[in-house]
Design a binder for this molecule. Structure first.
Ligand code: BGC
Length: 772
């Protein structure tokens, strides 16, 4: 097997130390919520033990089974349909004790009735857990997580997660299958949209913030929601970015790049985790014992609940890893999978697997203990009807405060990629605007990957509505679609060109539709669809200045007149208030301050493309005449069009006076780095100051740069502030020999930068340990 468990290796301890370092670097305290004694101490309460002693094997298997909530389904099942169950069947199963968790149902009243069936109608009266994919909002939708990560603002992520939890728990939910923490280095993969992008450090910070937000301060509170980092693990590394594909990667990359956001989630208090669909080096994640038991439980000491992804246990058969469904159930439970989602394999096979001796009862009992302890941790045994109050649902749903947060988070997620001759911000009066493109007044593509599921679509604000609302004369805006997302409209181009000709400035709303991103939406070509590109060429030919409003759930390979437009805003899928959020930035009500959490390549063919790659033995030369036999493509250098960390503002910032407390960092010392940031422009703005390092020489080749910290600084015109970072040995560690975390003495470069490719540099030496 590819995964090694290195019991006793310094990895666990070092990662924890690393995380406290990460927290210091962003000014956040990564603290777990109040300890949940029963889960974290490994034992179970008397109540749990008493229940366990009374349970039949079938009731145990029931607690380890999670099914779609067909009593209150929001929409028809979105996944491949298995175990189709109508409401009556679900209630009958609940009463029979054959189900412990229901997911993706919505509505407090119906959940109340279902819970009643469990606590009044079942033999042992064990309450149900209600789970759902509340990934970036619920009724009120916030930006896709990738977009929100562009804010480089973990406090914002924590606030939107808190708000989503408040709204979702009011609708009868206890548990969210979020945050999605998969590091995604290949933009072809559709699920890039759901996570924090390509960088592990940013991923750790955002994962921890989202867990804190969902779970709140007290898990027993009515509005607290259990968080589930997913998908464990390395789902973001699927070969060629193709959904559900195999993963082939080294132990070092797994540990260094893909696992840290999970550990950050657990350190922030997450008590559950979801396995991934993919195999890792030939072993499917859902039955991967070295991963689920070795690393997760033995190395990291995780005491919580491991749940499969949707039928991922049953898929062991298709993987060619299990002979049949029974074998799949056996392999999963023995590997450390506590709960089976939707396949029904555990309820069907666990009782017989135990009686036949194929699975020890103790293994099943351990999983049941964890599930019951989880229910106990959120107070379900004392109050089975927590979070099931229809009155709270009416009060806490789609409130003005939630909509205001959607608008704020939307605006803060926008990245200004280009702004020649200060075309933006636009004046609110005196210019005729033409808003052109398939997303001009479209309300079906503002929410993004998970938004369509539970959202109140009546809240959706399209671009035209948002822009018009801020114009002194609403009639100064003309709207034309020009084409659909992937097809032409009869006469569309002609009308769009006429609209452009009649305007002073064109707002070109182009990009991907909602259903081109997210699960099962991998693309081979990450350009905007050809018909939209042709529309853009026709509009540009009018000679009118064009502001591109890019709609996307991944990096886009921009080309032609879209790439060359004088102004470009990366606007993702921003959620319910998208139109207002974009208008706030267009008119300068909000000064854009987002920074890219993913690299925009020059061409699709560069993927997987990420900033923290290695140099190779033949790095491309800066000399244009010395490009032969170098690590580059025949036609282009392997560079980003817009690098990770990049983003402009309506003001200018200068960074100066980078100072290091020492250029010789002792083994157990801390290096303090300071720099001055100044707002040199005339408007208030936020700058994201980034700290990168490079280990010059090591026993494993190291990335050209690694993000190690960032600070978001808010400055009035002319104001200046000092930013401080701290680096310790723990922050310089990597997975080296023996697949262990280690630090090696030697020279390091660092940059205080505006993106992954610029900055003021300095260097220091990590001195050898003084210990023998
Ligand atoms: C997705 C998960 C999700 C689950 C339940 C799966 O298809 O991969 O992220 O939590 O469905 O909806």
């Amino acid at each position: 097997m590819g995964l090694k468990t290195s019991n006793g290796a310094p990895s666990g301890a070092s990662r924890r130390a690393f995380l406290s370092g990460a927290a210091a670097l962003t000014g956040l305290a990564v603290t777990a919520p109040r300890a949940f004694a029963n889960l974290t101490s490994g034992g179970a309460s008397d109540r749990v033990e008493r229940l366990l002693a009374q349970m039949t094997l079938e009731e145990k298997a029931g607690q380890l089974s999670c099914f779609a909530d067909m009593v209150r389904p929001p929409i028809a099942d979105m996944n491949p349909v298995v175990n189709v169950r109508n409401a009556e069947t679900v209630i009958a199963e609940v009463k029979a004790g054959r189900v412990g968790i229901l997911f993706n149902g919505v509505g407090a009243q119906a959940a109340f009735e279902t819970q009643k069936a469990a606590v009044e109608g079942s033999r042992l009266k064990i309450p149900l857990l209600f789970a759902a994919d509340v990934v970036h909002g619920f009724r009120t939708v916030f930006p896709i997580p990738l977009g929100e990560s562009a804010s480089f603002d973990p406090h914002l992520a924590e606030r939107t997660a808190r708000a989503a939890a408040s709204e979702a728990t009011a609708s009868g939910l206890h548990w969210t299958f979020a945050p999605m923490v998969d590091v995604a280095r290949d933009q072809r993969w559709g699920r890039v949209a759901e996570g924090a992008g390509e960088d592990t450090f940013l991923g750790e910070v955002m994962a921890a913030a989202r867990v804190r937000g969902f779970q709140g301060r007290d898990l027993k509170a009515d509005d607290s929601m259990l968080a589930t980092p997913k998908h464990f693990a390395a789902y973001g590394a699927v070969a060629a970015g193709m959904e559900y594909n195999s993963v082939e990667l080294s132990e070092a990359t797994l540990r260094e790049v893909h696992l840290p956001p999970f550990q950050a989630s657990f350190d922030a208090g997450a008590l559950t985790v979801m396995t991934a669909f993919n195999d890792i080096n030939g072993v499917p994640a859902t039955a991967n014992k070295p991963l689920l038991t070795g690393i997760l439980r033995e190395e990291w000491g995780f005491k919580g609940v491991v749940i499969s992804d949707y039928t991922s246990d049953q898929e062991l058969v298709a993987h060619g890893f299990a002979a049949d469904d029974r074998d799949a159930a056996r392999l999963s439970i023995l590997a450390g999978l506590d709960v089976s989602m939707q396949s029904g394999l555990y309820i069907r096979y666990l009782p017989e697997l135990v009686t036949s001796g194929a699975v020890p009862m103790a293994v099943v009992d351990a999983s049941v203990r964890r599930v019951l302890a989880l229910k106990e941790a959120i107070g379900l045994f004392d109050d089975p009807y927590r979070s099931l109050d229809p009155k709270a649902e009416a009060i806490r749903t789609a409130t003005p405060a939630l909509r205001a947060l959607s608008r704020e988070s939307g605006a803060r997620s926008i990245v200004l990629l280009k702004n020649e001759r200060n075309l933006l911000p636009l004046p609110k009066a005196g210019k005729r605007l033409a808003l052109i493109g398939p997303f001009a007044d479209d309300r079906d593509n503002v929410l993004g990957a998970w938004g369509g599921f539970f959202a109140d679509r009546n809240l959706n604000v399209d671009l035209a509505t948002g822009v018009r609302a801020q114009l002194a004369d609403p009639a100064s805006l003309i709207v034309e679609h020009g084409c659909e997302v992937e097809t032409t409209i009869a006469g569309g181009f002609e009308r769009a060109v006429a609209a452009a000709q009649a305007a002073d400035i064109v707002l070109l709303a182009v990009g991907e539709s909602q259903d081109m991103t997210g699960e099962a939406k991998s693309r081979t070509d990450i350009r905007i669809p050809p018909v939209q590109q042709r529309l853009a060429e026709a509009i540009a030919a009018t000679g009118k200045p064009v502001v591109v409003l890019l709609r996307h759930g991944r990096a886009i390979a921009l080309e032609g007149v879209v790439r060359d437009a004088p102004a470009i805003l990366a606007t993702w899928f921003l959620g319910s208030e998208m139109g207002n959020a974009v208008a706030d930035v267009l008119f300068g009500v909000v000064n854009p301050s987002g920074r890219l959490p993913i690299s925009f390549p020059i061409e699709s063919g560069q993927e997987p493309f990420f900033y923290n790659s290695r140099t190779t033995g033949r790095p491309a030369s800066t000399d244009p005449n010395a490009q032969e036999y170098k690590a580059r493509w025949r036609s282009i250098r392997n560079e980003a069009l817009y690098p990770f960390g990049f983003g402009l503002s309506y003001t200018r910032f200068s960074v100066s006076d980078v100072k290091l407390s020492t250029d010789k960092l002792g083994w157990n010392e801390a290096l303090r780095i300071t720099a001055k940031v100044r707002n040199e422009g005339t408007v208030h703005g936020d700058h994201v100051v980034q700290l990168y390092i490079r280990d010059r020489v090591a026993s494993r080749t190291r990335p050209v740069r690694e993000l190690k910290g960032f600070h978001r600084v808010s400055l009035a015109p002319g104001a200046e502030r000092e930013v401080r970072f701290e680096l310790k040995r723990e922050n310089l560690m990597f997975v080296g020999d023996g697949d262990r975390w280690l630090a090696e003495p030697g020279m390091f470069d660092l940059w205080i930068a505006n993106s992954a490719v610029d900055g003021l540099s300095a260097s220091f030496e990590l001195m050898a340990s003084s210990r023998p």
